[in-house]
Design a protein around this ligand. Structure first.
Ligand code: TRP
Ligand code: SF4
Length: 424
């Protein structure tokens, strides 16, 4: 059996390249060049891999419909480590995507044993951040979305326990609610298409979430009534479990088509056009017509103290409601890529690629590319020393946080639209 990526482990992030090759994630490569006016996470090589991003890039180019969805587990305060995905979602919405955010309270309750009132409290904080960053669209909590739960049940008809043990290493001891939270995440990823109709859906995540993406892509395919494939000189539409009337409707839709037991051939048909017609026939007969969802994978910012960034290691990150002096202390005490002595650093230069302070600038607080390049060059040349660099970095962090807090105050009322006013 292959080594699994475990989405719930607090171990160091697995080696991205090996994982990519093993699980068939594509490196971003030249797809990045297709993006007009790319945001920092594309320009700075933070998004490194994808599955089927091409249909999303095409939808942005052609201004055709697409969806963007991600989810957050409300098991603690949102912090620096969540900011990248939030920015990715907001950017895709700004580029024309229909936005969705799931608060994964079922997962937090099942896997992390977070009480419901805490799920609600943390969930609100996540939404506040998202709205402050400019998110518009649908936000929901898993536990109160009835359509989502029905979709999860339907998805569960296509998954068995051996799938779960192969993908997640689930065993006899795995709780049933844990398994239910997995299928709920599958439903999250398909939900935009249920809610707003089939369209390419981009799910920005860290590579730790890839097992869920793989499972969802598999389920999306299994829930289809038909497969549509290009063959030599024809498009073949094969029924997997379509009702007879639906297959008949496919045959009737294409003049000159040939109908056989369980499939229809469309000679000279255009693959994309046939696929779209078949999808609407499927939907007219009660099917979902899901388009297999796409994903991007971003690098993780290292913890400020080195090591992994995690809410269970307070000095590795800061939250957005944290007092300024505490944030300042964490930045000033951060690990750097600096040398042992001042003299040595002036002579050899620092090592920005190994430096969490530099990464903080690269991921979030140095907005201008020239400014970032200047930090890097000055560090490498030994002109910039870590004390000064940290002070300047903290000033940027502080500007960012002050502005962010102001924006959060301005959108607080919108969180109530999702959760209702607090009654306690
Ligand atoms: N499992 C994710 C986490 O641990 C949260 C999540 C729930 C999610 N549903 C999702 C992520 C849908 C992406 C898409 O953070
Ligand atoms: Fe890191 Fe700045 Fe020191 Fe360079 S000068 S190693 S970027 S803290």
């Amino acid at each position: 059996m292959h080594e699994e990526i475990n989405p719930w482990s607090s171990q160091a992030a697995p080696d991205a390249e090996r994982i990519f090759a093993e699980f068939g994630i594509e490196p971003l490569g030249s797809l990045a060049d297709r993006i007009r006016d790319p945001p920092p996470f594309f320009r700075r090589g933070i998004i490194v891999g994808h599955r089927d991003y091409a249909p999303i890039a095409a939808a942005m180019e052609q201004q055709s419909p697409f969806h963007v969805l991600t989810g957050f587990m409300p098991s603690g305060h949102p912090h620096l480590g969540h900011l990248m995905v939030m920015k990715e979602v907001v950017w895709h919405v700004q580029r024309g995507g229909t936005g969705y955010v799931a608060v994964a309270d079922r997962e937090a309750h099942a896997v992390r044993h977070i009480p419901w009132d805490k799920c609600r409290e943390f969930g609100k904080e996540y939404l506040l951040c998202l709205y402050a960053l400019g998110f518009t669209g649908t936000a929901y909590a898993q536990s109160t979305n009835e359509k989502l739960k029905d979709l999860a049940f339907e998805a569960a008809t296509r998954v068995n326990f051996s799938d779960l043990s192969a993908i997640y290493g689930f065993s006899q001891d795995t709780g049933l609610a844990h398994a239910m939270s997995v299928i709920t995440q599958v439903a999250d990823i398909l939900y935009p298409q249920l809610d707003a109709g089939p369209a390419p859906t981009i799910v920005p995540v860290g590579v730790d979430q890839d097992p869920h993406i793989r499972l969802t892509r598999d389920v999306a395919h299994k829930l289809r009534m038909f497969t549509v494939e290009q063959r030599e000189g024809l498009v073949s539409v094969r029924s997997k479990e379509a009702p007879a009337e639906a297959l008949q409707a496919v045959a009737d839709a294409f003049a000159g088509s040939r109908q056989y037991e369980g499939h229809v051939d469309v000679p000279g048909g255009d693959l994309a056009a046939v696929a779209e017609t078949v999808r609407s026939i499927e939907r007219a007969h009660g099917g979902f017509g899901f388009i297999t969802p796409s994903s991007t994978y971003h690098l993780f910012m290292p913890g400020l103290q080195g090591g992994k960034m995690s809410s269970s290691v307070p000095e590795s990150s800061f939250s957005f409601a944290e007092p300024a002096d505490s944030v300042k202390k964490k930045v000033m005490n951060a690990l750097t890529g600096g040398r042992m002595t001042k003299e040595e650093q002036q002579r050899l230069g620092g090592e920005p690629d190994r430096c969490p302070v530099y990464q903080l600038n690269r991921f979030h607080v140095a907005e201008d590319d020239c400014e970032l390049a200047e930090i890097r060059e000055a560090c490498l040349a030994g002109r910039l020393l870590c004390g000064t660099c940290k002070k300047q970095t903290y000033a940027r962090v502080n500007t960012f946080l002050c502005d962010f807090k102001e924006r959060m105050d301005a959108v607080r009322h919108r969180v109530e639209d999702v959760y209702g006013p607090d009654t306690q």
